[in-house]
Design a protein around this ligand. Sequence first.
Ligand SMILES: [Zn+2]
Ligand SMILES: [Zn+2]
Ligand SMILES: [Zn+2]
Length: 149
Amino acid sequence: MMIGNKEENYQHCLTRLANSGNKVTAPRQVVLQALCELHGHCTSTEILQKVNELDANISRASVFRVLELFSRLAIVRPTYVNSSTPEYVLLPENGHHAHIVCPGCSKVTELSICPFESQLDQIAADYGIQLTGHILELFGYCPSCSVAG
Ligand SMILES: [Zn+2]
Ligand SMILES: [Zn+2]
Ligand SMILES: [Zn+2]
């Protein structure tokens, strides 16, 4: 689950892109808009569809180039939960993303709480790093896959 509203997340990520020294081009804006519309948890197929709805002039290849750049900047990160197709997760500024993946059926349960919350400031201070976001992936059997008894 993405924390914060769509518009705020969009503005935060746009600022991060601009601050990274990369140009804010139309394809980059549209891909970011698509990611926010999709609530920050989506496959490349869903992103391609949404981008196409928003601006049909943006090619498939440029969407993938933008996703590559965003991944490098940790604006999104790919996770490989359901198949070999990565699912992209948007990391809003100082954002948090946590989910539990079932090794039995690949069901993904999103967590709205952050187990790190109270420790983030300490981690940033200890390592001298300005944190911009994190993904936490937990693994465990869901109720339908749990062995009875
Ligand atoms: Zn998730
Ligand atoms: Zn399961
Ligand atoms: Zn967190």
